[in-house]
Write a new protein. Structure first.
Length: 373
């Protein structure tokens, strides 16, 4: 019995995969969308889950169900067997992730009701970053307020950062516990993590996934005073500013396009906004590489993953160009080779290995789920 059913439940969707642990492959999977939307025939997550289970069929020998949960706050540093108390804690943490945790919970409740006989495990996006020390996760604001409202850096994409960094160690043939690495997870959402001996020691996302790199629609780092300025001078209220920074900023805000492929094409055709957006995107990445190099006190590997990181050789080259003084170099032929495999793209003998490692969050969730049951 080596199959784990992985569920990623969003507010109007359920993504699912049946992962075979022995082969590390997905046996089946899919996506149910438009749950509860007008005109949709799927009223709620209970109905959605029933459709998923019908698809899955009877008589499957499933070891456990692994649920992706976005925010584990400071409560969850490891994958956790779900009972009613754990459900209640995930619910309580909705304050920190109002869009995500309630949606994750709908999936958990529907799946536990439909599959009561098998263990359900929560795997948190924040868990890998619970190793951050106070110096890295504390915001320099009123300490009492911060404690009361759980305000600190948490970090996200943890499942991906852990998976690709372990894969990178395997590809390099070196012990994970001895490597200093910087992982660039560059998808629609994007984050960078410094990993020292298998422990996350710093990461660019914060209290929420808004902080850090320039993303498809999120601003990443800004001076917090921009918020007051927008309120006082542009007449926006807090919800409008939230929407602006989370959904109308980043590449979209700078260019009107949120897909990096479109931005890149426009830049190639001479669109000045698009070219500037690429420069800002690159500048921010290099800012973090320098900072994390210093925090780590050395560097063995830089790893690219997610949509942009896995697929775009030109942007990888652009991101790391001119960093030879740090020992970071990219071999053009290796970089341009298209592949679905984890691979090294730095030249032989380079001080810092540069790798492309396709992420597989479902496999990582399945593995972590199995480790608990
Ligand atoms: P998510 O962050 O939603 O999980 P992914 O990691 O799959 O998404 O990344 C999706 C994003 O990757 C898309 O929005 C697209 O902009 C970008 N992307 C995918 N392929 C390429 C490519 N070849 N060049 C540039 N960007 C790409």
């Amino acid at each position: 019995m080596t199959q784990v059913f992985v569920v990623n439940s969003g507010s109007s969707s359920i993504k699912y995969q049946l992962v075979d642990l022995e082969s590390g492959t997905s046996v089946m999977g899919g996506l149910i969308e438009r749950i509860g939307e007008p005109g949709s025939f799927i009223a709620d997550h209970v109905e959605g889950m029933q459709i998923v289970l019908d698809e899955l069929g009877e008589g499957r020998d499933i070891l456990a169900v692994g649920h992706r949960v976005v925010h584990g706050g400071s409560a969850f540093a490891v994958p956790t067997l779900i009972d009613d108390a754990v459900e209640a804690e995930i619910d309580r943490l909705s304050e920190l992730a109002p869009l995500h945790n309630p949606a994750n919970l709908l999936g958990i409740r529907a799946a536990r009701a439909a599959l009561p006989g098998i263990p359900h495990v929560a795997v948190f996006d924040t868990a890998f970053h619970q190793s951050l020390l106070p110096a890295a996760y504390t915001y320099a604001i009123d300490a009492e307020l911060a404690r009361t409202h759980q305000i600190r850096r948490y970090g996200f994409h943890g499942t991906s950062h852990k998976f690709v960094s372990e894969e990178a160690a395997r590809v390099l043939g070196k012990p994970y516990a001895e490597l200093k690495m910087i992982v660039l997870h560059l998808g629609n959402g994007a984050s960078v993590t410094a990993i020292d001996g298998g422990q996350s020691v710093d990461t660019s996302m914060g209290l929420t996934p808004l902080q850090g790199l320039v993303m498809g629609t999120r601003s990443g780092d800004i001076d917090p005073a921009v918020v007051f300025h927008l309120k006082r001078h542009a007449g926006l209220d807090v919800d409008e500013i939230d929407t602006l920074l989370n959904r109308k900023s980043g590449l979209l805000g700078l260019t009107g396009m949120n897909d990096m492929r479109d931005v890149q094409e426009a830049a190639q055709q001479g669109n000045a906004d698009a070219e500037l957006a690429l420069q800002v995107w690159r500048h921010r990445i290099r800012h973090y590489i320098g900072a994390y190099y210093a925090q780590l006190g050395g560097l063995d590997a830089v790893i690219f993953t997610a949509g942009i990181g896995e697929n775009n050789a030109l942007l990888r080259r652009r991101a790391l160009g001119g960093l030879a003084h740090l020992g970071i170099r990219v071999d053009d032929d290796r970089n341009e080779l298209m592949s679905r495999e984890a691979r090294v793209i730095s030249p032989d003998g380079a001080r810092v290995a540069v790798l492309v490692v396709p992420t597989n969050e479902e496999l990582e969730i399945a593995r972590q789920t199995a480790s608990v049951v």
